[in-house]
Write a protein that binds this ligand. Sequence first.
Ligand code: AMP
Ligand code: GLY
Length: 437
Amino acid sequence: MNILILGSGGREHAFSWKISQSSLCSKLFIAPGNAGTAGLGENIDIDINDFQAVKKVCLSKEIEMVVVGPEEPLVNGMYDFFKADQKLQNIIITGPSKTGAQLEGSKAFAKSFMNKYSIPTAKYREFDNSNFDDGLEYIQNHPLPIVLKADGLAAGKGVIICTNYVEALSEFELMIQQAKFGSAGKKVVVEEFLDGIELSVFVLTDGKNYVILPEAKDYKKIGEGDKGPNTGGMGAISPVPFATEHFMKKVTDQIIEPTIKGLQEDGIDYKGFIFLGLIKVEEEPVVIEYNCRMGDPETEVVLIRLQNDLVELLVAMDQQKLDSQKISVEKNNAVTIVAVSGGYPGNYEKGIPIEFLYLENPGVIKHIDDDGVGAMVFHAGTKNVNDKTVTNGGRVLAVSAMASDMGDAIELSKRILEEIHFEGMYYRGDIGYEFVD
Ligand code: AMP
Ligand code: GLY
């Protein structure tokens, strides 16, 4: 079948790499894609939030499956658009309905869903202009630190952890009364701060059944030792050592099962990925957030460990037959380290030439071999201009590596990063540090 992947990051290059290996995939298209995906399929330069443009591509390229990378098209209702269109409704689309995507698109929706189905999450209240004064009082009487979350999508910037009341009250006011995050922050979830270690768990569901993909941990801060401002993610590892069988059973029983059951009971159409942002508080898993898509850069470690044919899984998802699928995972340790533009996550330049020193093919360095050892350079913010690959975003490349030992995987990824150069390039040298002896 012809498959269209929507998005342009490292996650979408990893999807392209994985999907292009499937015998079920005939032609692969990526919109808009990047210089890496161009080596695996045909890039099509459209705005993926323009549903009519996506429709045109689906019809002209005879697409039978659409894999949606980022959340925005889903939150905007792409699934519902496909299902309501006679010409598109038979295309397999990975991602929930607009209502299902509210699990990511509205923090208040997600919190009330979790409360309804007794899914462990931080205690909270929600406020908007109508109960603004109650909010001020609530904050003043709440222990510190206190977490403020813009209800809607705020490009990953909508969560503020405040360590004093002056900051908390002023941020609260900025969000609700000064529209700091535009309409996304008109409603604010105020919740208790949870202290623990985070991990990401990925589920693929057909609305009835589900499979659990390899878990991962990402590193959000720009600086080594988890210092400085948040980014989209500077690296990731998988497996996560503290995600033991015992812990994952708690995640399954207390979080995944009730989530799937809740979606069914609420009549929410959901065929796609659920990315659970979890925190381990003492020994218990607690949900920090839901996402309706895969993570980036987590996908760049998850997919190199996943041994199943991803297209086969997505077909089973569409047919609500995921109960017939067994997930097979490479035991080895995977890491991805992200090389970013100088200045990121603040202002940065684009269009800087990337030199892949001795690398012949800027896409694949060394395929993961049968022993689960190898590396991949996934492109994130890159594009080709006159046969030259240049930077085109904050996160430029994600170098994934896998080996039986996490230390070896990290070393391999770094060795490859040393062979790549662009002006201002920066990466964290300590990804995975806490899990290496
Ligand atoms: P979110 O956008 O909900 O993933 O939040 C971004 C980050 O803020 C999370 O990955 C956590 O590191 C942090 N965070 C969010 N909510 C809480 C909370 N209740 N307690 C502690 N940290 C939190
Ligand atoms: N790496 C976090 C995310 O994709 O949201």
